[in-house]
Write a new protein. Sequence first.
Length: 55
Amino acid sequence: MNSFAESILMGGYAFYVWTAYGIAFVVLLINLVLPVLQRKQFLRELALKQKRTRQ
């Protein structure tokens, strides 16, 4: 029966497995956050352009 520690160590491949999980998590996080930030920037620029054209 495997213990929790043995499962975490993954037969000596833990560094590679956890690194892959970490990289995948960072990429997914970027894919979620970046579009939100870009949308906010786009809306700010659009509002500024509309404000300039009204004056």
